[in-house]
Design a binder for this molecule. Structure first.
Ligand code: THU
Length: 137
């Protein structure tokens, strides 16, 4: 799917807003994520840390879980915004893959509105998915 410039800007904007709501008192590294589902809905999330450090949740997975919990199943784009243009962690890439095709756009941005676009398969090449399980049956 090719996102319009307007869609890209909207996703980056929403991820930037979500980042302002992140709860990251331990790392002080705020992350905002926004996802677009195939029916055109937009969901956001920020990272949510915890005094028990390993319990912290990444922004991307907060946004994905929110979308899936409302009944959405397919994600067609993701935007992530951090202070320095950090990319989604490996775990978030795999969780995204569960609900997204390999060619979806992943926008990596900063709070000033700058971003660049990658495909999920560039972030997670030769990914494992439900297809592999089905092929083995
Ligand atoms: N973080 C995310 O929210 N997403 C990522 O993809 C990378 C890392 C969060 C986790 C933690 O709250 C903080 O950033 C520092 O690792």
């Amino acid at each position: 799917m090719k996102l319009s410039l307007e869609d890209c800007k909207k996703l980056i904007h929403e991820a930037t807003l979500a980042r302002t709501r992140a709860y990251a008192p331990y790392s002080n590294y705020q992350v905002g994520a926004a996802i677009l589902t195939e029916d055109g809905q937009l969901f956001t999330g920020g990272n949510v840390e915890n005094a028990v450090y390993p319990l912290g949740m990444c922004a991307e997975r907060v946004a994905i879980a929110t979308a899936i919990a409302t009944g959405a199943r397919r994600i067609v784009a993701l935007a992530v915004v951090t202070a320095n243009g950090g990319t989604p962690c490996g775990a978030c890439r795999q969780v995204l893959r569960e609900f997204a095709d390999v060619d979806i756009p992943v926008l990596i941005g900063t709070p000033d509105g700058a971003y660049h676009e990658l495909r999920l398969e560039e972030l997670l090449p030769e990914s494992f998915s439900v297809t592999d399980l089905k092929e083995a049956q």
